[in-house]
Structures are given as structure tokens and as C-alpha cells.
Design a protein around this ligand. Structure first.
Ligand SMILES: Nc1ncnc2c1ncn2[C@@H]1O[C@H](COP(=O)(O)OP(=O)(O)OP(=O)(O)O)[C@@H](O)[C@H]1O
Ligand SMILES: [Mg+2]
Length: 266
């Protein structure tokens, strides 16, 4: 339980539990979980990343070899395995991880018959969250029971949106799910921020999409926009956040700026 030996930066502040969510696939959820956490960790904040996607991209992106894992978040969700025994160090400074593997795919089905099935992840995270400044949950690309668990466990949502045609497609559905959970299970749930990802300055399309999303979400959109860069897409194959793989890259600089904006938002 190495995570207990390091201290929070701001122990008097409430920890923030933020779900990185969008049921649309490939919009930059896991990339943001990895790189925002690494950038925040560099500022001395102590971060827990909960990988809640059976694809386990965030676990690999933080340098974890999933083949060597004996246990993962599935065991906590389905078998009551203590989450404190799952928390591991990562390549990134001050960033700790609860890993996921493909095993978690089974939980979506097994949870259907479980008691209080929407509240399981919340119980798991609540038992350890006070040790951290921020807890991020990386969600799978669906609105199934795993995602509902994330909506119940979170204080707020970080919604990555790719600068692409049909960027807002599906967002209404996501906001409906959010409303449903607010009404029944988690009244305090709010939007933490909307993040534009994979921005390509060479295209007018990217600008059009940013404008469209800004007129829909207003001030909720982060000022920082994440550019599309080769370094960001290469970094995971080295098991490193881009901020460690290529420090002076526009992708790294953007995630560092985003970290500052996140800190300013609370
Ligand atoms: N800013 C970027 N520049 C270049 N490539 C990027 C950028 N952000 C993400 N990518 C690449 O795009 C792909 C999808 O990103 P990512 O895995 O973060 O999306 P996701 O929303 O987590 O996907 P899924 O819904 O499957 O979980 C990955 O190959 C990633 O490396
Ligand atoms: Mg992902």
C-alpha cells in the first residue's frame, strides 16, 4: 500500500471525483485520463486513476503490463476484493492506478443481478478517495451499467469531444443519462468541463466544431484545446504519458495547461 506513504498537496480541500465520459468511442477519454493525471501529478497533486473500461487503455498508457496483473477492478466490483490492495504506482509521478483488464467486461452482465448494483463503484472509491487530491474515472464507450456506476460515483463529469463531424451527436443521450442519475441516485452530479480534443489547426472544420460546441456548452468548455499531435498517439506504445515521452511538444504543453485550468476550477 505504497500510496499511503505520500501525502496530498491540499489535504483540507475536498477531493474531487471526476468521471471522464462520452459514450462515443475514440474521442480521447483514455488519453485525457493518462495525460491530465500525469500533468497534475507533476504539480504535486496526488491522483488516483480508476480504469473502468475493459479495454484497459489507461492502464497500459500509464505503463502497466496488464498480462502481469493478478487482480483488477473487476475483483473489487464483483468479489469485494479490497481496493486498497489494487492501487498501484505508475510511471507518472504522484499518479496511482486501479487497473482494469478485459475481465471487467464480464461485470457488465454480472452486475445486472447484484444488489444496489449502481452504487458499487461509489462504495469502492469512497473507501480510498480521501487519500487523493483528484480521482479520475476512465469510462468505457457505452452508457451501460459500468458507466452508470461511474455517474453515481462521480462529483462531476469531464466530457471530451473530438473536433470532428457529428461531434455533438450522442451528447444529448449522455446528458439524459446524467439527468436520470441526478434525479434518482446522485443529485449533486454536475459538469466539470467539456474538453475539445484532436484539434487540427489546418482545417476549418476543427474551428467550426469548436464554435458549435462553445455555443452549446458556453463557459463549460475549457479554454485549453488539445491539438492532434503524433507524439500523443505514439506515447502509449512506450507506456508513457506524452508529458514524459516528449516534454516540449504541443500536446504535452496543452495537457499541462489543462492541468492548470483544472486546478483553477477547483
Ligand atoms: N490529441 C491527440 N492527437 C493524436 N492522437 C490522439 C489524440 N488524442 C487521442 N488520440 C488517439 O486517438 C485514439 C483514441 O483515443 P483514446 O483511446 O484516448 O479515446 P477513448 O475515448 O478513450 O476511446 P474508447 O472510447 O475506445 O475508450 C488513440 O489511438 C489515441 O492515441
Ligand atoms: Mg478509452
Amino acid at each position: 500500500m505504497d500510496y499511503l506513504s505520500s501525502k496530498r498537496k491540499n489535504p483540507d480541500k475536498d477531493v474531487r471525483v471526476i468521471a471522464i465520459i462520452n459514450q462515443k468511442g475514440g474521442v480521447g477519454k483514455s488519453t485525457t485520463a493518462v495525460n491530465l493525471s500525469a500533468a497534475l501529478g507533476e504539480t504535486g497533486r496526488k491522483i488516483l486513476v480508476v480504469d473502468f473500461d475493459p479495454q484497459g487503455n489507461t492502464s497500459s498508457g500509464l505503463g502497466i503490463d496488464k498480462e502481469t496483473l493478478e487482480h483488477d477492478i473487476y475483483d473489487a466490483v464483483i468479489r469485494d476484493y479490497p481496493v486498497s490492495d489494487l492501487i498501484m504506482e505508475t510511471v507518472a509521478k504522484n499518479v496511482y492506478l486501479v487497473p482494469a483488464t478485459i475481465q471487467l467486461a464480464g461485470a457488465e452482465i454480472e452486475l445486472v443481478s447484484a444488489m444496489a448494483r449502481e452504487n458499487i463503484l461509489k462504495g469502492i472509491i469512497d473507501s480510498v478517495k480521501d487519500e487523493f487530491d483528484y480521482v479520475f474515472i476512465d469510462c468505457p464507450p457505452s452508457l451501460g451499467l459500468l458507466t452508470v456506476n461511474a455517474l453515481v460515483a462521480a462529483d462531476s463529469l469531464l466530457i471530451p469531444i473530438q473536433c470532428e463531424y457529428y461531434a455533438l451527436e450522442g451528447v444529448t443521450k449522455l446528458l439524459e443519462s446524467m439527468k436520470m442519475v441526478q434525479n434518482r441516485l446522485n443529485p449533486k452530479l454536475e459538469i466539470f468541463g467539456v474538453l475539445m480534443t484532436m484539434y487540427d489547426s489546418r482545417t476549418t472544420l476543427s474551428n467550426d466544431v469548436v464554435n458549435e460546441v462553445q455555443s452549446y456548452f458556453g463557459k463549460q468548455v475549457f479554454k485549453t484545446i488539445i491539438p492532434r499531435t503524433v507524439k500523443i498517439s505514439e506515447a502509449p506504445s512506450h507506456g508513457l504519458p506524452v508529458t514524459m515521452y516528449s516534454r516540449i511538444n504541443k500536446g504535452s504543453l496543452a495537457y499541462n495547461r489543462l492541468a492548470k485550468e483544472v486546478i483553477r476550477r477547483g
